[in-house]
Design a protein around this ligand. Structure first.
Ligand SMILES: [Zn+2]
Length: 110
């Protein structure tokens, strides 16, 4: 779950990534995890709730890594012609974390 560091409201990753699509080399960034993360760290995002700007380094890095993987796992995850993220990233992340928890629980009870 990513929140705005200023107002504390939850921001969907779809919205964050859509803001990053203005980067001309975004497609290139998706091929290189380190490049993607460093671009994300230095990107000035605008909170859709309060309108304030903050840097990507304030976001959850672990989620950012998962987002990178999800965007790469699914073909056509981004519609470049309309600059839209087709994947429900926030939902997928929640599911992913839930499965991880489940996995831990199962392993822990053995
Ligand atoms: Zn905010």
């Amino acid at each position: 779950m990513s929140r705005c560091p200023l107002c504390g409201k939850i921001i969907r990753w779809e919205d964050l990534i859509e803001q990053m699509l203005i980067l001309e080399n975004f497609r290139e960034l998706l091929k290189d995890k380190d490049a993607f993360l460093s671009a994300l760290n230095d990107f000035a995002f605008k909170c859709p709730e309060c309108g304030e700007e903050f840097y990507g380094r304030n976001l959850n890095l672990r989620e950012a890594e998962k987002v990178f993987e999800l965007l790469n796992d699914f073909d056509g995850s981004i519609d470049y012609s309309s600059n839209k993220v087709r994947l429900k990233l926030t939902n997928l992340l929640a599911l992913d974390l839930m499965l991880e928890e489940w996995d831990k629980k199962v392993k822990g009870s053995r």
